[in-house]
Design a protein around this ligand. Structure first.
Ligand SMILES: Cc1cc2nc3c(=O)[nH]c(=O)nc-3n(C[C@H](O)[C@H](O)[C@H](O)COP(=O)(O)OP(=O)(O)OC[C@H]3O[C@@H](n4cnc5c(N)ncnc54)[C@H](O)[C@@H]3O)c2cc1C
Length: 405
């Protein structure tokens, strides 16, 4: 009798959970083993910097499912047990405990971890924001904090700043670049994101490079290039992430600061797929290699990977992943969204009322629509997403935008 096929998924968070669940939805009947280094059941990260910090949700409300779900679905959980290596020839994953798991297909979904400021690791009062435990400790520190410094005005830093403001703290954001989010949305739209902080009383200092953080008897002191300093009781650092790929060293998987995948989300090893924050792949829609660190991309790639595993076990054709980048961010009760890419010279502001922060700007890619950014303009933004799916012209997007009220 032949044994049922086994899929080992490493990383028990968004990408890992979604792949396991989708495999069962596709009626995959073999073993599914979900390996995670965190002790928690799989949980969702977006609420961690938003509702968990503002106390609208408890940390426990972020779990995707209760433990019964995994038992009912026959998904074997190995939590609190990091994977330490992968042997492509033997089709084997080794855990830090020494346990070995044979696979017919493996999925790498170990995500990324926050970059830290050199010299601040372990310094009391200095936090990063990635995990449920990070969020729970910042949430409880906000009970006492009067002045919070956030280093980095990216989406995570901006959300933490907005949440801290809503808890009543004075907040200063220190951003090294001249505008927040320049790389993601360009300088003109970045200014609008900056203005939002101003409206809600958060101090945003751009061009402020942090040199170090000291702990003194009076609290924390954040030292800036140029000799100035900012005193505070709590620091949250949000300066980007590093893919968790070190455990794959020696596996033979091709790595280039990320796990390199083809258009089907397959790595350079047979039967090993990767997805989410750590995967770069060749996106046939753009004819380019890209890596995207956003929720929707991870979810869509999980679907592709689950389908391709089932197809490959059945000897059927693989499907390519050609997703359009998309993210949302919630700050001060406003919804910010970007779909597509901030391409072209200058965005065209197609919706820009003077009495509220709402806006929408379109980015051009030649004569095509390249992307759209919006604040509190959800319906029209989603219409732009549909236009991007069918590679619509820029003029058609302008025509559609003329109807926004
Ligand atoms: C605070 C926060 C808020 C966010 N908000 C938004 C938002 O509003 N909108 C949006 O579009 N995106 C948002 N994101 C991004 C989104 O959550 C990520 O893109 C998504 O979580 C990526 O999923 P992943 O499965 O690739 O990685 P992760 O979610 O990072 O999961 C990887 C898991 O693998 C584990 N792991 C690492 N190494 C090992 C190992 N060796 N063995 C076993 N397990 C390992 C990690 O600990 C982790 O549990 C947010 C992210 C954060 C951190």
């Amino acid at each position: 009798m032949t044994r049922p096929p086994a899929v080992v998924i490493v990383g028990a968070s968004l990408g890992g959970f979604r792949t396991a669940h989708t495999l069962r939805r596709l009626r995959f009947e073999g073993r599914i083993i979900l390996v995670g280094d965190e002790p928690h059941l799989p949980y969702d990260r977006p609420p961690l910097s938003k509702e968990v910090l503002t106390e609208e949700k408890g940390p426990d409300d972020t779990y995707f499912r209760a433990v019964d779900f995994f038992e009912d679905q026959g998904i074997e959980l190995k939590l609190g047990s990091p994977a330490a290596g992968l042997d492509g020839e033997r089709h084997m994953i080794t855990l830090a405990t020494g346990e070995q798991l044979g696979y017919d297909a493996a999925v790498i979904a170990t995500g990324a971890r926050p970059r830290r400021l050199p010299g601040t690791e372990g310094l009391p009062g200095v936090h990063v924001m990635r995990t449920l435990d990070d969020s729970a400790s910042i949430r409880s520190a906000l009970d006492r904090a009067r002045h919070v410094v956030v280093v980095g005005a990216g989406f995570i830093g901006s959300e933490v700043a907005a949440s801290a403001r809503s808890r009543g703290a004075a907040v200063t954001i220190l951003e090294a670049a001249g505008q927040p989010l320049v790389a993601a949305v360009g300088a003109e739209v970045g200014k609008r994101c900056a203005a939002l902080h101003d409206v809600y009383g958060t101090e945003l200092r751009c061009g402020a490079g942090v040199e170090g953080i000291d702990r003194t008897p009076d609290g924390l002191v954040v030292r800036l290039a140029g000799g100035t300093a900012v005193g505070c009781d709590l620091v949250v650092v949000g300066i980007g992430v590093i893919p968790n790929i070190e455990w794959l060293e020696g596996s033979g998987i091709e790595i280039d600061r990320a796990v390199r995948c083809d258009r089907y989300m397959r790595t350079s090893l047979p039967d090993v797929y990767a997805l989410g924050d750590l995967a770069s792949w060749h996106n046939p829609r753009y004819g380019e290699r890209m890596r995207v660190e956003h929720w929707t991309n991870t979810v869509q790639q999980s679907t592709t990977v689950a389908r391709n595993i089932v197809a490959s076990l059945a000897g059927a054709d693989q499907v390519a992943y050609d997703g359009i980048p998309y993210f949302w961010s919630d700050q001060y009760g406003h919804r910010l969204q970007l779909v597509g890419r901030a391409s072209g010279d200058k965005p065209v502001f197609v919706h820009d009322p003077s009495d509220r922060p709402a806006m929408m700007a379109l980015y051009r890619d030649g004569d095509r629509l390249g992307g759209a950014f919006a604040i509190d303009t959800v319906g029209p933004l989603m219409q732009m997403r549909s236009l991007l799916v069918r590679n619509a012209g820029f003029d058609e997007a302008l025509g559609l935008a003329a109807d926004i009220e």
